[in-house]
Design a binder for this molecule. Sequence first.
Ligand code: NAD
Length: 497
Amino acid sequence: MDLNSVLKREPAMLIGGSWVESDETRPVINPADESTVAEAPEGDASHVEAALEAAQKAQRSWGRRSGVGRGAVLRAVADGIRARQEELARLVVAEQGKTITEARGEIGAAAGFFDYYASFDRAQVGSMFAPDEAGEQLFVKSVPYGVVAAITPWNYPAAIFARKVAPAIMAGNSIVLKPHENTPLAALALAGILEEVGVPPGIVNVVTGAGPIVGDALVRHSLTQMVTVTGSVRAGREILAAAAASITPVSLELGGKAPFIVLEDADLDAAVQNAVNARFWNCGQVCTCNERTYVHRDLYDEFVERFVERASSLRMGDPMREDVQMGPKVSEPELVKVESFVEDAVRQGASVALGGGRPEGEEFEKGYWFEPTVLTGATNDMDIVQNEVFGPVLPIQAFDDFEEAINLANDSPYGLSAYIFTRDLNRAMRAIDDIDFGEVYINKIGPEQLQGFHTGYRLSGMGGDDGPYGYERYFRRKTVYLGYDPSTVDEAPSDLG
Ligand code: NAD
């Protein structure tokens, strides 16, 4: 594909309004055929320093603009993204491997984040309290942090860019974003659109490169006032530890291990279809994916049979093709990780009901392909049920009653999303109360909606993204005690006696 149509240049980092190349580069590999899509700049601590300084310099005047002024810029970004939707979608397919249909949805979502956060242009920015003294005012203002650092993963390289950048800059911050090493191009292309539509130089900066070098330098730098991360638990722990030195606030969106519970009164057709979609979208590489399905024993055999039938008919292949429903894994290490999860599960006693390995055929000779896979006979203590697989593999287990299902679901170090299919209102409500996850879906699956709050419990993170609660993360508070009339004093209380 002609990358220059959307990147408009050889991939370069956007730092303080200038496009910066680096001496070292890293190849961006197309996961469908292992071809090199482009060479991306490999940034280092000096690029981080330059980007943070530019961000700090630019932030004050941006933060002083009215909300309406900033909102107008965000709306222009949304329009700019929509105008390039097809080129951006193709770029995401080339570097990440999701299908073109999914990639178009991702770009639509990226534009949606800018439109949605623009709507906060006249939102409340503080609260007023009755002061203790007359002739005074007491108010608590919401103020931007200043410079925000964002670190993003490879599974939604465009949408997660927007999920971080839109609320951060709407709140009046500037931002330095580091995309994942495997998928830097969408962020660079989006940065180009932001520049084109008039986001001032230095407000949004993108530095590409390694997590432990560029990411770590961003987190530790004294100019960074807040860190927002989406990624693995491993990276989240390292970032939290690095931020501890300077007590920098961190918002973490980490892994998931969503349970998908099907009670005996569920609409079986809807449950099967949704369970398939929630497992195999983006080749199983979504933090809200159905990672473990629990089905009431009365429905279990029929559910497994129908699930296997649907999963086996998924069309896998070149993700640029309109008719393809599942692309490859993102990288060789990710493919090997999924393979070893399946091998270990089988060694521990699970049985393969579908798939189980790399597909055969000329189309799959190159690239990081894994078949849709279904496992039966798994138990909750197995690695495949306890750890995030992030690939097209589903263990399905049977349970006997509602309480057991809830206990199996809660028996997890993760706590992001959970799904329940039932027609029984009483049990749906009890599940909402008793499921210890930050996001619960009843009789439906995601994606999440802009106004919700995407938040994980336990290892799944702290803080959260989206909606007004996600927006709050980009502000700190400032309390103002304002004396304006020292001559005003309270009347002495009258003698009521
Ligand atoms: P990853 O942890 O490998 O990388 C995420 C980012 O962190 C990358 O930019 C990486 O370079 C950076 N990084 C890694 N180590 C670092 C360090 N020591 N210091 C600073 N930065 C560092 O994650 P990934 O493989 O890109 O993404 C997949 C993971 O992301 C999955 O676990 C998935 O569940 C999770 N995820 C979560 C959400 C959510 O909203 N909860 C959404 C999407 C993905």
